[in-house]
Design a protein around this ligand. Structure first.
Ligand SMILES: *Cc1c(COP(=O)(O)O)cnc(C)c1O
Length: 419
């Protein structure tokens, strides 16, 4: 591994964590499809349970294929450890639950992935876990919302579908001054475009279903712990003592894994980790193409007479264009575009007339995908809440794929001609 430590990101994304010498020369990790692992001696299993020996016990706890994926993503995010889970939502739920006790609070913006929003404002409320939703761009609103019950701040690198970009470094500074960890859902950027831990965030979450895996083949989630948060002597976290004692800088990851992941059974199937790792080999290449395509498509839509507005951080008039240039560590602005037609009827006509672009609820696939959020994912939401979340009847959300950009544009154009 040391011989490879000076490689660039696009090489590391391929070579990181691979140990063919341990896999009979195989250059892809074996899929350890076994619910449990046998131990030769009573002492060996006892030592493994006691944490004195690094080995495997039972697949709900750990799996050797998953461990390779964890090492790979932790390294690419410049974190110190990771736990892979069955979905992005499992990763979000377990992380937040590990941090919260009943009656605790946390701070987030309103620009959240739909299920995250429902989890925070619905399910968590049942257990007195209280989300304080603020304008995440306002230092004053964040600071005013902090109380002695606050346990963390939660943001997304690129809000979905608002396409807003918070200043991670600025929010991390506020969080640190108040002794709070900052959690960042980095799904829409991927570690190719943004590395929140380098910007002083503490925890990074991904839905690996999206860009990391890249082919819409397997659901998955991962939590990466930056290992930099001072849990010790922090009066907000008296309950962290046993985890600090056991794992030191990785106390939170241990708490997430030990208390929540293994007891809630949010296990990742090793085959899903395997698929995600194959997908990740091309992450850098795909992201370059996704993002250059998105710039071309956004510019084209902006000039189209039937398109009323385009929301894409790569356009110079986007309100967060400058912040994006500060936050992102690579050329590009993601590959998600929001755009508006006259009304819902026109959106439906466009969708119904597409030939190549898929109409489905996912993003980050190498295929271009489109959805009308108002009538699908958000259909059961209160209209007022939809407005708050910038979900309007005229909005279409496009996840730009890696096809030839002319084919994406031609498909949109011929469908727009039908309106
Ligand atoms: C899809 C998504 C999730 C949830 O991930 P699943 O793998 O579907 O559970 C969380 N956050 C963001 C930003 C997403 O796009």
């Amino acid at each position: 591994m040391d011989k490879k430590s000076n490689l660039h990101f696009d090489s590391r994304v391929i070579h990181e964590a691979l140990t063919p010498e341990l896999w009979q020369g195989a250059t892809l990790p074996p899929i350890f499809q076994s619910a449990s692992t046998a131990h030769k001696t009573a002492q060996s299993l006892s030592d493994t349970f006691a944490g004195k020996q690094k080995s495997h016990i039972y697949m709900r706890l750990t799996n050797p294929t998953n461990s390779v994926f964890e090492e790979k993503v932790a390294s690419l995010e410049n974190g110190k450890g990771a736990v892979v889970m069955s979905s992005g939502m499992a990763a979000i739920n377990n992380t937040c639950m590990a941090l919260l006790r009943s009656n605790d609070e946390f701070i987030c913006g309103s620009s959240l992935f739909m299920s995250t929003y429902l989890l925070f404002t619905g399910v968590f409320k049942k257990y007195n876990l209280n989300a304080k939703i603020v304008d995440i761009k306002s230092t004053k609103e964040i600071e005013d919302a902090i109380t002695d019950k606050t346990r963390f701040i939660y943001i997304e690198t690129i809000g979905n579908p608002k396409m807003d970009i918070p200043d991670i470094k600025k929010i991390a500074r506020i969080a640190r001054v108040h002794g709070l960890p900052l959690i960042v859902d980095n799904t829409l950027a991927s570690p190719f475009l943004a590395r929140p831990i380098d910007l002083s965030a503490d925890v990074v979450i991904h839905s690996t279903t999206k860009y990391l895996s890249g082919h819409g083949a397997a659901t998955g989630g991962i939590v990466v712990d930056g290992g930099n948060f001072p849990w010790e002597n922090n009066e907000r976290f008296p309950d962290f003592a046993p985890f600090i004692e056991r794992k030191g800088e990785l106390a939170l990851l241990d708490k997430i894994w030990r208390e929540h992941h293994i007891n809630f059974g949010t296990t990742q199937a090793p085959f899903h980790s395997y698929l995600a790792m194959i997908g990740m080999d091309t992450l850098a290449l795909r992201m370059e193409r996704h993002m250059s395509n998105a710039v071309r498509v956004a510019k084209h839509l902006k000039l189209h007479k039937k398109v009323k507005w385009v929301n894409f951080p790569g356009l110079p008039d986007h309100p967060d264009h400058e912040t994006a240039n500060k936050v992102f560590c690579n050329q590009g602005y993601g590959a998600m575009i929001g755009f508006g037609l006259e009304n819902q009827e026109q959106c439906f006509t466009l969708i119904d007339n597409l030939n190549m672009i898929y109409h489905l609820a996912n993003l980050g696939d190498c295929k271009t995908l489109i959805i009308h959020p108002w009538s699908s994912q958000y259909i059961s939401f209160d209209p007022d809440v939809k407005t708050d979340l910038s979900i309007t009847p005229d909005l279409l959300r496009l996840s730009v794929g890696i096809e030839n950009p002319d084919d994406i544009i031609n498909d949109l154009d011929q469908a727009l001609d039908k309106i």
